[in-house]
Structures are given as C-alpha cells and as structure tokens.
Design a protein around this ligand. Structure first.
Ligand SMILES: [Ca+2]
Length: 101
C-alpha cells in the first residue's frame, strides 16, 4: 500500500528534518503524508494521489505554491504557514503539482 521511502535520497528523513513540508490526505495532518525538500514536484513526483492533498505543514520562512493542474498550471495558491485544512482556501483535494521555496 505505502510505497518504500528509500527509492530516492531526495525523500530522506535526514533532509526532511531541516526542510520539512508535509502533505496529508486528510485535514489536520491525518492520513498519508510526504516530506519534500525545496523544488518543483509534478503529479508523478507526488506520492499522495492526485487531487487528495488536504493539509500542508510549511516550515517558518518557507512557502509552497499549490497548482490546480499538473505541469504547474491552472489556479494556484501560495501557502506560507501550516494549514491544517485546505478546505478554507477552496484548494482541498485539488492540488496536482507543487512548488516549494
Ligand atoms: Ca487537480
């Protein structure tokens, strides 16, 4: 069910400790999650199924942009703080690609 975390060093937990970004499939950080280092992540790079991101944990000083469609297209939302439930920003279960800065 849950794919191995060890296929790419980019997903390592050591890096995640300093550059943590967490997505969850359900509000309030429940369900599946994925830690990302800064970069751009298209739909195929995200382990969480398409259109199922519901919450985002953004470290201080960083921000993440969520895109409605794959390929960093469509409507976008910039998230600058922990957001436990994206339903408030109408981006719940919508994001298909992500850019983290
Ligand atoms: Ca989408």
């Amino acid at each position: 069910m849950w794919p191995s975390q060890s296929t790419s060093p980019a997903w390592g937990w050591a890096e995640a400790a300093t550059l943590r970004l967490l997505f969850s499939r359900e509000p309030r950080f429940g369900g599946q999650s994925q830690h990302l280092v800064p970069g751009r992540y298209d739909t195929s790079d995200l382990k969480i199924p398409n259109d199922s991101i519901s919450s985002v944990d953004v470290p201080k000083g960083l921000k993440v942009t969520l895109f409605e469609h794959s390929g960093f297209r469509g409507a976008s939302a910039v998230i600058k703080a922990d957001t436990g439930d994206l339903g408030a920003s109408s981006f719940d279960n919508t994001a298909s690609s992500v850019e983290k800065i």
